[in-house]
Write a protein that binds this ligand. Structure first.
Ligand SMILES: CC(C)(COP(=O)(O)OP(=O)(O)OC[C@H]1O[C@@H](n2cnc3c(N)ncnc32)[C@H](O)[C@@H]1OP(=O)(O)O)[C@@H](O)C(=O)NCCC(=O)NCCS
Length: 166
């Protein structure tokens, strides 16, 4: 069931039909450091299989996050952003508060996320560096998951800039 949270002119909603894929694709594929080059089709499919949280001002989408989860034991938080002109007014903190208190996401054993520099934001909501990193493994192929062309140029650009993947 879709849910809405309101704070003044701002809203957070889980309603998929409200998502503005022009905003999502523009930010994720052009401005984010982790999803640069991701195609519209990949972005759409990734969101279709996630619990999405759209952030809106006067009906216009200005931010986003999604949770990949089994609703029972595990959740992965991904693709968190607030458009630049709306940053610094507590909207990401509100988004995190809404996500971590969402009724369908309670009682999970583990939440995970990856971030290059926003550790202090997430720390406020109970996230910490891996306690036992030696127990974790990943299978990572930077040439997959962006859709269409394998985006060699993007991978090279990202790695040249020393950007972390998420
Ligand atoms: C990170 C981001 C979502 C924060 O959005 P925001 O609405 O400006 O954040 P808020 O106003 O709610 O404040 C975030 C708090 O976390 C802190 N913070 C820690 N690391 C931060 C970071 N890398 N970027 C922004 N804030 C950060 C801020 O200083 C602030 O603390 P304060 O309340 O003591 O001032 C936004 O800057 C953004 O979209 N950045 C580009 C995309 C991105 O990096 N996403 C995160 C990927 S893991």
């Amino acid at each position: 069931m879709d849910q809405i949270w309101r704070r003044g002119v701002f809203e957070i909603s889980t309603e998929r039909a409200r998502l503005d894929y022009d905003v999502l694709c523009d930010f994720l594929s052009r401005s984010s450091y982790w999803a640069r080059g991701r195609t519209r089709d990949v972005i759409r499919r990734s969101i279709e299989h996630s619990l999405p949280f759209g952030l809106y001002r006067d009906g216009r989408q200005i931010g986003f996050a999604r949770v990949v989860t089994d609703y029972t034991t595990f959740a992965w938080l991904a693709d968190v952003f607030v458009l630049a002109e709306f940053r610094g007014q507590g909207l990401a903190k509100w988004l995190m508060e809404v996500i971590t208190t969402h009724p369908e996401l309670q009682g999970l054993r583990r939440w995970v996320l990856a971030t290059r520099d926003a550790h202090e934001l997430y720390r406020r909501f109970g996230f910490a560096e891996l306690a036992q990193p030696g127990r974790w493994m990943e299978r990572f192929d930077p040439q997959q998951g962006n859709g269409g062309l394998s985006d060699d140029a993007n991978v090279e650009t990202a790695s040249a800039k020393g950007l972390a993947h998420t």
